[in-house]
Ligand binder design. Sequence first.
Ligand SMILES: *[C@@H]1O[C@H](CO)[C@@H](O)[C@H](O)[C@H]1NC(C)=O
Ligand SMILES: [Zn+2]
Length: 322
Amino acid sequence: FDLGTPRFATADMWSTLLVMCLLLAPGIYSVQWCYHSQYSCQDQCRKPDKWFLDVPTCGGQKQSPINIVTNKVQFDPSLSPIIFENYTQVLNITVWNVGYAAVFGLPPSARIRGGGLPATYKAIQFHLHWGVTGGLGSEHTVDGEQYPMEVHIVHIKEQYETLKQAMEDQEGLAVLGFFFEVSSDENQQFNKVIEALQRVPYNGNSRMIPEFRLTDMMTSIENLSSYYRYSGSLTTPSCDETVIWTVFQRSVPISHQQLNNLTEAMFIETGQPMTDTFRPVQKLNGRMVYKSMANASSRCGCVLSLPLILLKGLIFVFGMKE
Ligand SMILES: *[C@@H]1O[C@H](CO)[C@@H](O)[C@H](O)[C@H]1NC(C)=O
Ligand SMILES: [Zn+2]
């Protein structure tokens, strides 16, 4: 395996690396934090419901992830489609096994704006949350349903140089979340990500992925006008409540085999498999979740489903009379 440093890195990438070390430094807390599945009698790490003992912010009122209740979300007409800049650019990026996740560094040239965001935000990294042997593993849930996997693309406000600066701003971070859903067909583009993960099995491993596009991971930047928006936090300690969350309705397809390969590819710092890497959903505490305009396909769904519901109702009524 590859313990080397990335062979190719620009100045931008090194600053990204620095930023990520600050974000992803669980070692600075007295007791190691862990996910629920990693807690055992042998390893009395801090599981999610105890993170706040070492990191009080994790017990705050605006924590993430959350369960999105679709019939309680509020439509907000200012939530126009997000404008993606340089998202289709071909990049050489580096993936790291940071001991509890795989983190893919991104150059600040990839930006987002619009979509009700108060500023332009530049990308710093993306990472994934998944389950075990192809089971469920997303962080956010929708109407109580968990998805097999979720990707988070982390951005900071353009004006800041470091994540530390951004975290002093209540709206300093913008994170995009995409769910993955099992499909019968393989997602060919995503194999690049899986192969990269298989090459960084152990804590500290890193690997350059040549000619990567963000759309290899999120399939495309089309049809993304439908999303949920709320104010929340990072989902790992330090749990800072400085994140504007965007969770997209359109999910990314992945085959069962791909999901299996991916969830078995890596190990955490203690040597256990890197599985079930999600924080449970947190209380809303009165926060509102907003929704952008419905996309064309869901409007279509409503039109089609209404006569169907009526038909089912008629069948039911006539069926009762017999
Ligand atoms: C990526 O790295 C290769 C060398 O491995 C180099 O030839 C190529 O120009 C780089 N591409 C970009 C977009 O930086
Ligand atoms: Zn995350």
